[in-house]
Design a protein around this ligand. Structure first.
Ligand code: CA
Ligand code: CA
Length: 144
């Protein structure tokens, strides 16, 4: 069954979760939601969206994209080079599994919020927020 699209309250909760996360880490998190995944493997589509949104343009390559399609319920989460050099490669897989737990119950927003929360707690260690940090990528949800 397809996810219900995010309502305004859920969107606001997600945006403020991103804002909060970005006070803890220099990682730049974005969420992209679209109806149907245009590729067989959502990872391929996530990479495409990542570049399309210019997420590779951050100073220390710390962009993170959470990708979800709501009709066919596909999910991917990827990080840019700077992050993947430091994190255990299993990390994204474990975040994805935690998100999937909520998605199985049809809870799209809660799954996304969980992904943001886990990313924040892990990235805070390796990529702490620094004083001259700027908001390099918009915190708004990108709707495809
Ligand atoms: Ca930032
Ligand atoms: Ca941001």
């Amino acid at each position: 069954m397809a996810f219900k699209p995010l309502n305004t309250t859920e969107e606001k909760a997600i945006i403020s979760a991103i804002q909060k996360a970005e006070t803890q880490t220099s990682g730049e998190i974005r969420v992209h939601v679209e109806k149907i995944c245009k590729s067989v493997n959502p990872l391929d589509r996530a990479v495409e969206v990542f570049f399309h949104l210019g997420m590779d343009k951050t100073l220390n390559r710390t962009g993170i994209l959470i990708y979800v399609s709501i009709q066919d319920r596909k999910l991917a989460i990827i990080g840019d080079k700077g992050i993947n050099e430091k994190l255990n490669p299993d990390f994204w897989e474990s975040v994805k599994n935690s998100m999937a737990y909520f998605f199985k119950k049809g809870e799209l927003a809660n799954g996304i919020l969980e992904g943001i929360r886990l990313t924040e707690s892990q990235l805070g260690k390796f990529f702490p927020w620094k004083e001259n940090d700027s908001d390099e990528l918009s915190n708004e949800i990108s709707i495809g």
